[in-house]
Design a protein around this ligand. Structure first.
Ligand code: PLP
Length: 389
């Protein structure tokens, strides 16, 4: 990649962010200090959720969320094939089976109709999922009301993979309030809406789940007498009551997160400006721009377009290559998870989830991030015009 390539996503770090991290470096705690609880409270309050538990990645968050919901070897999780592999791998970490529900061709999110059809069939075969993980693709909420209704009817838990969606809303309520789910997971990787370098966080309104995830992120070890099986043996005493991990977030990361949260609404508002400009500028292009549902205020992590390949004289692959060669750092979200070799070895085949595969065959994510200037955006549009001509 050339250095003046416009990336598809990029973090936005200002002087306040840098000062916040430096303050921590000069303080007594680099880990397990006051910044992590402050970040947890900041995010939980923003989301109108009761509890926040910060960890070192969304991948870790998905893992402990599944464990907290007692996912084990005889269980099944379902998620969207149009996602990053982590949304599915968390099930495999727990020894469970993974299956997918195809996407809605308009929203690119897990399709609630397809979910219902699959549940009816699974019930008759006694193979119902224990957990369904809807992914708010590109920052736009799934049809959570419907998915929640189905969870009541068929008895599964819900983890929202909102890695793309902090700062977004569903039915005018913040994503992460867990009104229609048990747990919501966020990612703070630098390409996402706000960043802690690496990092993730779960929100929940269920005290038992919050407690369990707090244990699991730190070795299953507690210093809380209420959680111990017998009396403390002294001031040094701790107990391991579960098998946990070291999934802790550092104080530097949490301080960066607290600082980034101050600008979250501004970041998402800028993304909306960019989205509206793209929608207008691309009107006469042979592309399908991303549909915005009336139920959702998307966090707009991505701006994925579909190329109308019957209207252009180039292949998808060639268009992608030409854009990269002309300085536009496009990407593709996502290679359907079930087509990955690891999943093909488990028996999934090309053709299993045709909507996700069809979308993949035409999709390109063009640059979308808060630091994208209108001039840079015009350059993206001009280049796309040239490449598609
Ligand atoms: C980025 C992402 C993840 C993983 O996030 P990390 O913080 O990098 O572990 C999981 N799911 C989705 C949908 C993502 O986009």
């Amino acid at each position: 990649m050339s250095t003046d390539m416009i990336p598809y996503g990029k973090q936005d770090i200002n002087q306040d962010d840098i000062a916040a991290v430096l303050d921590v470096l000069n303080s007594d705690f680099l880990t397990q200090g006051p910044q992590v609880p402050l970040f947890e409270k900041t995010v939980a309050d923003y989301c109108d959720a009761q509890f926040g538990v910060a960890v070192n990645s969304a991948t870790s968050a998905l893992h402990i969320a599944c464990l907290a919901l007692d996912l084990g070897e005889d269980d099944i999780i379902w998620t969207s094939p149009n996602t990053f592999v982590a949304s599915a791998n968390c099930g495999l970490y727990c020894g469970a089976k993974v299956d997918f529900v195809d996407i809605d061709p308009q929203t690119y999110n897990l399709c609630a109709d397809k979910l219902e059809q699959k549940l009816i069939k699974a019930k008759s075969q006694n193979k119902l999922p224990k957990i369904v993980i809807p992914v708010h693709f590109a920052g736009q909420s799934c049809d959570m009301k419907r998915i929640h209704q189905l969870s009541q009817e068929y008895g599964f838990s819900i983890i929202e993979d909102a890695s793309h969606a902090i700062g977004g809303k569903y039915l005018d309520k913040p994503i992460g309030d867990c009104q229609y789910s048990d747990i919501t997971v966020f990612s703070f990787h630098p390409v996402k809406i706000i960043t802690t370098a690496e990092g993730g966080l779960v929100t929940t309104n269920q005290p038992g789940l919050a407690e369990k995830m707090q244990l699991l992120r730190s070795h299953g070890v507690t210093r809380d007498p209420k959680l111990m099986t017998k009396e403390s043996e002294g001031g040094w005493y701790y107990q391991q009551v579960d098998l946990g991990f070291n999934y802790r977030m550092t104080e530097m990361q949490a301080a960066l997160g607290v600082s980034q949260m101050q600008r979250l609404d501004e970041f998402v508002a800028k993304r909306h400006q960019l989205q509206q400009r793209y929608d207008e500028l691309l009107q006469d292009f042979p592309v399908i721009t991303p549909y915005q549902s009336l139920d959702a205020y998307s966090a707009l992590h991505l701006y994925p377009i579909q190329i109308e390949l019957d209207k252009v004289n180039k292949s998808h692959k060639q268009i992608f290559k030409d854009l990269r060669q002309n300085g536009i750092g496009v990407n593709l979200h996502y290679i359907p998870v079930h087509t990955q070799p690891y999943y093909q070895n488990m028996g999934f085949k090309l053709g299993d989830f045709p909507n996700a595969e069809n979308y993949y065959s035409r999709a390109i994510s063009i640059p979308m991030f808060q630091g994208l200037t209108f001039d840079m955006q015009d350059q993206v549009v001009d280049t796309l015009k040239k490449v598609l001509a």
